[in-house]
Design a protein around this ligand. Sequence first.
Ligand code: FPP
Length: 239
Amino acid sequence: MEKINIPNHVAIIVDGNGRWAKKQGKNRSYGHKKGFERLEEIIKYASSKNIKVLSLYVFSTENFKRSKEEVDYLMNLFEKNLTKFSDECSKENMKIFFSGRKKPLNDKIIKMMSEIEEKTKENTGTIINFCLNYGGRAEIVDAVKKIANNLTLEQINNLDENEFKKYLYHELPDIDFMIRTSGEQRLSNFLLWQNSYAEFYFPEVQFPDFTKEEFDKAILEYQKRNRRFGGIVYENKNN
Ligand code: FPP
């Protein structure tokens, strides 16, 4: 993969675990297990490529509407793996963030998430932003509530977009490249604010088949895009 023009902030909607498992004649849980294994590999690979921020949609607020069996399986997967995997990431200097609402996640997971953020907060490498119980509209509503509870009317009247950003779950740079696996072409309430000027890419592969080679293909596709940000012509070095 070429070194030039690597996106600063990559976001992935992890999609297709269920369909992937069905194709193998297995249950959806098996797809999530394989999806998690793939996610571990992609996180380490993205970090080795010096991507500064990797945001991952691993559980939306809407996912709580799934069957109890599936929600329980996923919560159990988070509970069993988050700490151990974050420790491995931390050894590689990655900083871990969680974006999303705490409730109705269970207390053990909530505690785990804040401990992981605390433990990795001094790290200076790739930021891994796990969007867990995340909704883009909820994030904006939560930011507005923080603003209303903390700022004076005068400060609110003086807010601009750069200032508003500070009240989101984390202050992150805009997303450069948004990938959704499985061929679905939807944003599904993912990082609405941060995706404003992102380039979108929708590979057909289901997430458990999203290998390092697929990731490289995605980055090559990004490098062909000509970004204009609504007017300013950005000279793509590869064009
Ligand atoms: C979407 O596929 C995937 C999810 C809702 C869950 C993704 C979660 C993981 C891979 C586990 C991450 C684990 C940790 C510890 C961070 P889908 O079920 O919607 O697939 P479908 O569209 O084919 O049904």
